[in-house]
Design a protein around this ligand. Structure first.
Ligand SMILES: *[C@@H]1O[C@H](CO)[C@@H](O)[C@H](O)[C@H]1NC(C)=O
Ligand SMILES: *[C@@H]1O[C@H](CO)[C@@H](O)[C@H](O)[C@H]1NC(C)=O
Ligand SMILES: *[C@@H]1O[C@H](CO)[C@@H](O)[C@H](O)[C@H]1NC(C)=O
Ligand SMILES: *[C@@H]1O[C@H](CO)[C@@H](O)[C@H](O)[C@H]1NC(C)=O
Length: 944
């Protein structure tokens, strides 16, 4: 009864809140007159602020002309016309499947397709999606239906389909408000908000995030992808493959309105049904992430504004002296000679011998490289000689000769010159060059420079691409003493690429022409061309970072011969195959610490798991407490780098003793658990999936998890609850229904019951971390570098479920061989299974399911939580043979029920399958109590 009532109320509510299709999104000039001149309805009433006052009359759309198989020919109906261009009279809707992936494509003749090389591997699923259509009215609509329960996961009966050359719109009802993803934006919560109308821009822009308040601006990359958890917990994903400037609006209904100014509506539906399966399916289609070098999971120290090489040495030395595990030194543009790629400034003389020193310490060096190349020095000269291509004007008569003619090498070219960090004008390599001359020249520049400075990883920045001062008569760098007043680029605005009829939220968020806001702001003119005039920058701009990442990964492979790691600022779907990402130029504020927790989860959805933030904050001055908390949290992001801006005081952990101590602790924990983190990356790379994972991924049926922004998981087995608030000494953590063991210092190994729990988190302790019952976590005794850690014995942490069972995996390779394909890649794989039997034989089986000659340390330490019995050390048998347990280094506490077995060379993992068995007497009468443990567990430990 109650249910029925709710249902009819919901239907009623849907009728009342007709979604309005905004007819006047521009920031200025809206009025009843201007609105009605567009053939739209003006109705301001007492609606909440976010509801459009000027909106399209009902009936916008297409009607069915004819159908032939999976192709629907649609014709513009008699409904309202598009205000931003001529509606195409005919469009075609076609469907296609890639295994369980359903593709619905709406196009009109031959239109621009993003030149991205997705593997498009068919994905399998237990669920099936089908298309249903409704042509009963003048507004044709379609729905994507989940066969198992008939749920419409996408339902365009809301209307609003528009298709013109430079304005395309589609809208849908959604089956729930549990939407995640879209990017790159700074989201204040992991779950989207459908309480009003909220529009997010998607257009790659050199734009630092603003975490201080809700801000819908577009940042560095573009990810037209979302995931949605349906009311019963089943989950699907949706990709709209489009690389033009675009935007998305979440609206009541719940409904979604998507707009783009080019290309097609090429929509892919991934059926799940679990969130992790959705990710696997998405990645089988767009491509799985690269496997980062083992060392690249180590801690990185960076800053912008190192004065010279001695400054670098001093800060790295201070961190090492403080005993903080560190693997990687990173140098920003400071090392270059006047910010020119592939050069070393005189203040960095000796960099090549310092790299040798770092390598002797088992440390690595990552250097920054920008795409823009100054047009008057040898790298550019070599490029021209090699017939490398750069982004150019379409016609010679568009060239700004006042700039071009200053440079003999560029004078007679159409290359579009801009201004970035170097003193003189720059050109932007065209990574879509079909001849490969550009890619080969780029690679050879890296090889050449690597023979001087033996860097290990590559950081690519400014690749939106960023250009300073476009269309600005007085750009900011005119007031910068470190940058000459190079004449800025001006774009002719009398063309439909730079001034399309609909500019998108990515412009309007910043104003309009009257305030100098254009699509070309901070970048090149949109009328530029690439690939020998075959590509228009208007279409390909959002792909620049991806195209650079592809060539740069090749450059890394060929110059180092190792897999290393590339990190890129601008990304697009599939960028994770070639590069990781950092969340950009954040600010040293608590708000930014918090949003970086959300950002890292989102980039895992996007298939870019090697991700993290600038720890301690980039812009602005950090402080002791913030930096300490950020170091503690950042230790749980795959990409873990402290980075700072020029002019700000140092913020490396050695600056404050308290931060050094907390960082040492957090980093030692990270280094101890690296085999688990690496295994997660291995699986993500081999099979697809996430590493850092939102909690709802594992518990989609638990509605409490659906908007948990501030905690996250490592795979399915660890849950991390960082401290994100100033002055906080505890965290209110939500533990979904399951068994959770604390790994925090004061509560180590105890079971914490589910629900909301306040966990103590003083600055001197590790942040709250939990391991999920049923898990076996591989780990290693930590050392000061990942390389030294890799030589240490393996350990296994066994966290049994309520039945006394647990399982886990470990993947291991040499950490640096380039992965060509996993079929031939040399690696080890072990599957661990643990079964406890009360008063009987407990068994740990290790199946060596894949093996290679890569050396493997022995497994020396087993730590078992909740071991309910007194172990008989003399009963241990390895593959049936009695094995001597070192009773001096092993221990069991009947109070904490923690069994710790430590015996040198206990298990040789390299020799095939292993079974370790031992007996125990039935469980003692002493009952486990968290209170007792909290006193100080070790005091009660009994050496047997
Ligand atoms: C998500 O939770 C935050 C608090 O953490 C809250 O402010 C926000 O309104 C919630 N969002 C939705 C869509 O429920
Ligand atoms: C556009 O403006 C430029 C000057 O900025 C001019 O040279 C060109 O002829 C104009 N093109 C058109 C099509 O009006
Ligand atoms: C042993 O543990 C594994 C992993 O939890 C479980 O799948 C299996 O059923 C258990 N075996 C027995 C005999 O309980
Ligand atoms: C362990 O227990 C099993 C079954 O109770 C028994 O057969 C075996 O002899 C015991 N092993 C030792 C070394 O005590």
């Amino acid at each position: 009864m109650r249910r029925l009532l709710l249902l009819s109320l919901a239907v009623l509510a849907r009728c009342q809140t007709q979604t309005r299709f905004d007819c006047f999104p521009e920031p200025h000039g809206a009025s009843q007159q201007a609105c009605e001149a567009r053939g739209c309805i003006w109705n301001q009433q007492s609606q909440p602020q976010s509801v459009p006052w000027c909106y399209m009359a009902p009936g916008v759309g297409y009607k069915l002309g004819s159908q032939s198989g999976a192709t629907y020919s649609l014709k513009k109906n008699s409904g309202p016309k598009n205000p931003w261009g001529l509606d195409f009279p005919d469009v075609q809707l076609t469907t296609k499947t890639y295994g369980s992936i359903l593709n619905v494509k709406i196009t009109s003749g031959q239109r621009y397709e993003p030149p991205v090389d997705f593997p498009k591997q068919p994905a399998t699923s237990s669920e099936q999606l089908t298309l249903s259509t409704d042509a009963s009215t003048d507004v044709f609509s379609f729905a994507v239906v989940r066969q198992s329960n008939n749920r419409k996961i996408f339902d365009t009966s809301i209307g609003g389909l528009i298709f013109s050359d430079q304005f395309i719109q589609i809208a849908t009802y959604l089956p729930s408000e549990n939407m995640y993803g879209w990017g790159e934006n700074t989201h204040q919560n992991i779950k989207h908000d459908f309480s009003g109308y909220l529009t997010w821009g998607m257009f790659a822009r050199d734009q630092p995030p603003n975490s201080g308040s809700l801000d819908t601006m577009n940042l560095y990359g573009v990810h037209p992808y979302y995931m949605l958890v349906e009311p019963d917990g089943k989950t699907h994903g949706v990709l709209i493959l489009n690389s033009n400037a675009q935007e998305v609006t979440t609206a009541p209904g719940p409904s979604l309105i998507y707009k783009t100014i080019g290309g097609n509506l090429d929509i892919y539906f991934f059926p799940g049904p679990t969130p992790e399966q959705v990710t696997q399916q998405y990645l089988s289609f767009i491509g799985r992430p690269f496997l980062p070098a083992y060392w690249s999971l180590g801690y990185q120290l960076s800053r912008y504004g190192y004065k010279n090489l001695d400054d670098v040495k001093a800060r790295i030395g201070a961190v090492r002296d403080a005993g903080v595990p560190i693997d990687i030194g990173v140098i920003d543009i400071d090392y270059m000679d006047r910010y020119k790629d592939f050069t070393t400034g005189s203040n960095f003389n000796g960099l090549s011998s310092y790299v040798q020193q770092m390598h002797d310490w088992s440390m690595k060096l990552i250097l920054i490289f920008d795409p823009a190349i100054e047009v008057d020095y040898p790298s550019f000269q070599r490029g021209i000689s090699a017939n490398a291509k750069f982004i150019e004007w379409e016609n010679a008569n568009q060239v700004m000769h006042s700039i071009q003619d200053m440079y003999p090498l560029a004078k007679d070219t159409k290359i579009m010159l801009g201004v970035v960090w170097p003193d003189n004008h720059v050109a932007f390599p065209d990574f879509f060059d079909p001849t490969s001359n550009t890619q080969n020249w780029w690679i050879s520049e890296f090889k050449n420079y690597r023979s001087q400075v033996a860097f290990d990883g590559i950081w690519i920045d400014m690749n939106e691409p960023s250009n300073f001062g476009t269309n600005d008569p007085h750009p900011w760098y005119f007031d910068n003493p470190d940058h000459p007043n190079a004449a800025p680029l001006f774009c002719p605005m009398n063309n439909s690429w730079d001034m399309p009829p609909y500019l998108t939220h990515s412009v309007w968020r910043f104003g309009d022409a009257s305030t100098g806001a254009y699509l070309a702001t901070n970048t090149l003119c949109l009328l530029a061309v690439q690939a020998n005039n075959q590509q228009r920058f208007y279409n390909t701009k959002n792909l620049y970072g991806l195209s650079e990442a592809i060539s740069t990964q090749q450059a890394l492979f060929q110059s180092t011969g190792k897999r290393g790691a590339v990190v890129s600022r601008s990304t697009f779907p599939s960028a994770g195959r070639y590069a990781g990402h950092w969340l950009g130029d954040n600010t040293a504020r608590w708000e930014d610490l918090r949003t970086s927790v959300i950002g890292a989860q989102e980039f895992n959805l996007f298939g870019i798991p090697y991700v993290g933030s600038d720890v301690c904050g980039f812009n602005g001055d950090s402080n002791e407490e913030l930096c300490l908390r950020w170091q503690q949290m950042g230790a749980f992001h795959s990409f873990f780098r402290n980075h700072n801006t020029i002019g700000a005081p140092p913020q490396d952990p050695a600056v404050w003793p308290s931060v050094a101590a907390a960082s040492k602790k957090a980093n030692l924990f990270r280094y101890q658990y690296l085999p688990y983190l690496f295994s997660l990356h291995f699986i993500a790379s081999m099979n697809g999936g996430t590493v850092v994972r939102p909690v709802f991924f594992e518990f989609p049926m638990d509605t409490e998890t659906l908007n948990l922004s501030e905690q996250f998981m490592w795979g399915k087995s660890m849950l991390i609850a960082p401290v994100l608030k100033q002055g906080a000494t505890s965290v209110n953590v939500y533990l979904p229904e399951d068994r959770w063991y604390s790994l925090s210092d004061m509560t180590y190994g105890i079971i914490v019951s589910e629900g909301y729990r306040t966990m103590s988190a003083p600055t001197t302790s590790l942040i709250p971390v939990f391991v999920r019952g049923g898990s076996i976590i591989p780990r290693q005794t930590p050392a000061i570098t990942t390389d030294a850690t890799r030589q240490n014995p393996f350990e296994a942490l066994v966290a049994p479920d309520a039945n006394g069972n647990a399982e886990g995996v470990l993947y291991w390779d040499d950490g640096e061989t380039i992965v060509k394909d996993f079929g031939s890649h040399p690696y080890h794989q072990w599957q661990y299974t643990y079964n406890f039997t009360s008063g009987g034989t407990t068994r740990l089986s290790i199946k060596h399911s894949k093996s290679t000659t890569v050396p493997v340390p022995t497994l020396d330490i087993l730590e078992i939580f909740d071991f309910r019995g007194t172990p008989d050390y003399r009963s241990f048998k390895l593959n049936g043979q009695t094995v001597n347990i070192n009773v001096q280094t092993s221990s069991y506490s009947p109070i904490t029920k923690r069994l710790y077995i430590s015996t040198k060379g206990l298990i040789d993992l390299s020799k095939g399958d292993v079974v370790l068995e031992w007996n125990s007497s039935s469980s003692s009468t002493l009952e486990f109590s968290p209170k007792m443990v909290a006193l100080e567990s070790n005091r009660y430990e009994l050496k047997l």
